[in-house]
Design a protein around this ligand. Sequence first.
Ligand code: NAD
Length: 276
Amino acid sequence: MRGVAREAGSVRLLSGQKALVTGANSGIGRATAIRLGRAGADVVVNYVADRTAAEEVVKEIQGFGVRAYAHEADVSQEDQVVRMVSRMVDELGTIDVLVANAGLQRDAPIASMSLQEWHTVLEVNLTGQFLCAREAVKEFRRRGVVPDVSRAAGKIICMSSVHQVIPWAGHVNYASSKGGVQMMMATLAQELAPERIRVNAVAPGAIRTPINRGAWETDEAEAGLLKLIPYGRIGEPEDIADAVLVMASDLLDYVVGTTLYVDGGMTLFPGFATGG
Ligand code: NAD
């Protein structure tokens, strides 16, 4: 299989590839950066706050015998994203995989949501993905396909959410940003497929991370959440990391412009299981 080496009985799906994971010092991004490193990729661990946590992720990745470093950048700031990708090309030679993961919530009912809360969420969750994708595409194009590394010239995985399709009262900024991610992903996939650049999304359901602590940290909250998940458990960051790994690898080389829902069935309208 192209671009694949073996390691201790397991296949290193991303051997020789260079991956950038944004928001990689916490939650899903952290688990994904570690998973890609374990699969043989050199990894840039982006963070915007908490350098110590980012350095811990770097150390863990380096333990797999690959290269990694932490890079501070706010993904909503054009100059910072440009610098981040250009440093990656200088230090690691190129970028093969972008996981546009950084995201946040600023929840409020519509009448009390400030314009700043609206802007902040759109700027990080949507504009941030656009900026990272744009800079990655420039390098994918410059380098082109290197068959020994991957069948594609580059892979972009947008971290979306089940809220790209499930409306979410009290979170209009967040749901709008993820709906935007879905259409941005599909449009870029259409635009870039002829150049063998694959753009796809992974859409998590409820995953146990700091972003949604309130939804799972008490027994009562967890019980309420579980009613929305047919599979009967809250997801872990590693559930998403494994999905991103496979999406980034040549195993899914023919998958273009798709959203992979990793949600324990949350998008199956569980309320209709007994009614409707
Ligand atoms: P998290 O809060 O643990 O991680 C979010 C990361 O993004 C953090 O490292 C944070 O510092 C970083 N970040 C925020 N603003 C940034 C900026 N301007 N520049 C760079 N980094 C920035 O939460 P998580 O659950 O791991 O979230 C990761 C992604 O997964 C987000 O896009 C989120 O919307 C998505 N998601 C999460 C869930 C869930 O249930 N946890 C569900 C659906 C989608």
